[in-house]
Design a protein around this ligand. Sequence first.
Ligand SMILES: [Fe+2]
Ligand SMILES: [Fe+2]
Length: 205
Amino acid sequence: MSTEMRTNCYLPFLEINLTPARLQHSIGVMHVMTELAEIYSLDRTQALTAGLLHDAAKDLEPEQQLALVEEAGVELRHPCERHPVYLHATASACLISKEFSITDRLLLDAISTHSYSGDGPNFNSHLTQCLRSADILAPSHVWLGMRKLKSVVYAGRLEEAALLQVAWLIEYFHELNIAIHPNLTRSFQEATTRLAIGDDFFDRW
Ligand SMILES: [Fe+2]
Ligand SMILES: [Fe+2]
């Protein structure tokens, strides 16, 4: 069975559980993951599945998301992880594991940590990092910085892309008054220490 046919089997579930806009977004993220799988030598099935299922629980009520996480016995590590902006990722991994008996740890962890919550050895795996990039490069809306991020990601510069994303996400969450997850602050500090970046690094275009 082709990868596309395998991922198609998730569509009926998503059509019921996601809004039409979210479903379109998820399909868009899957398409970007197809391209990133080539560039970063990801397993194609894992990449496409991660893209399609990453927001599976995002349209559930926050209480339902929390119930999924509690039912799965996953402990939230920080109070801010109860906010849906972070929680939906963990909840989505719990939901698809339960619904489709998915046990692939790399795939589940990529979905669970795509919002930068949680931890573990796959927190910054290539699959996770590509998923985070595909999530904001999918053509759901156009934003200032998108062209630059795309050029960096598609050039194979995943570490730089991760830093841009983290910096811009922190800015965005500040604007929305959303608590900044300590993982975001830590990722920002670690990456700025590791990478030699110029003055114009964070310029958007
Ligand atoms: Fe998400
Ligand atoms: Fe998403």
